[in-house]
Design a protein around this ligand. Sequence first.
Ligand SMILES: NC(=O)c1ccc[n+]([C@@H]2O[C@H](COP(=O)([O-])OP(=O)(O)OC[C@H]3O[C@@H](n4cnc5c(N)ncnc54)[C@H](OP(=O)(O)O)[C@@H]3O)[C@@H](O)[C@H]2O)c1
Length: 272
Amino acid sequence: MTARPGVAVLTGSSSGIGAEAAVQLGRRGWTVCLLARRADELAAVAQRVREAGGTAHVHPVDLTDDADVRSVVDVLLAEHPRIDVLVNNAARSIRRPIRESVDRLHDYERTMAVNYLGAVRLTLALLPRLLEQERVDGSRGHVVFSSTMSTQLPIPLFSAYLGSKAALESFARSLLAEHGHDGVTTTVVHFPMVRTPMSGATAIYAAMPMMSPDKAGGWLVRAAVDRPTRVTSLGGAVSEAGMSVLPGVLTKVVTPGIRRMDRRLARRTRDD
Ligand SMILES: NC(=O)c1ccc[n+]([C@@H]2O[C@H](COP(=O)([O-])OP(=O)(O)OC[C@H]3O[C@@H](n4cnc5c(N)ncnc54)[C@H](OP(=O)(O)O)[C@@H]3O)[C@@H](O)[C@H]2O)c1
């Protein structure tokens, strides 16, 4: 199914993949509601959306704050009789070994607060409208969830981040199972590494080849427009299949390779 240009609510659109997706949706004539905390950055992205031919609305919000989200949702519902697509893209990442996290439960709490609960909070608040609009005019709402290829592979050092993304994927699966037939479909997007402020926070990744934010933004647009259940790389899909059949073997094979790659990247970063 390919959606006509409509209204998209896009979280995490003040930078990185979300900002590029917003501009590309604007180019296709969509109305984009931009959500993130930093108002100035959102205003700059809104300007790019308008220059690309779209319509943009700026909604500064902290997705971990119930009252903040409630008041943005009230505005969204009042201003848009129909919301075609919600893209849950906002997130924070933490790279830290579990051994160094024994006194840092808050790492797990703060990743869950944004990546999982922030997305669930907004989805629950918009769900009644998404279901109602199906009954009124048959237009089906769609919810996109930004996740990562790292939930498809045995990846070390990101346990807090990956736990929150795995929970998010599970929520997406439940939402589709409960409402795929009567109003709301979902897409989970498994991004590989993308050159954004998030990946830039880890110094050794400067030397790693990565997808451009523009191309990654295109993955979100595909999710919003074509509405597949999943967007993934071939490598991610193959490894996911491998993990479901031989998780122990694949973990033994893959993780030493990742440790070697990290050491190589660290050497290259020092030499540059
Ligand atoms: N970059 C990668 O390599 C990569 C790989 C796999 C998956 N992903 C996923 O792709 C998505 C986009 O990531 P990105 O790389 O584009 O990262 P990014 O540039 O750091 O963007 C993260 C976005 O989330 C927003 N955000 C963070 N905390 C928030 C909060 N409490 N309330 C509202 N908004 C909040 C940030 O805006 P404010 O700071 O203005 O609030 C920002 O717009 C994420 O879901 C990420 O997990 C990224």
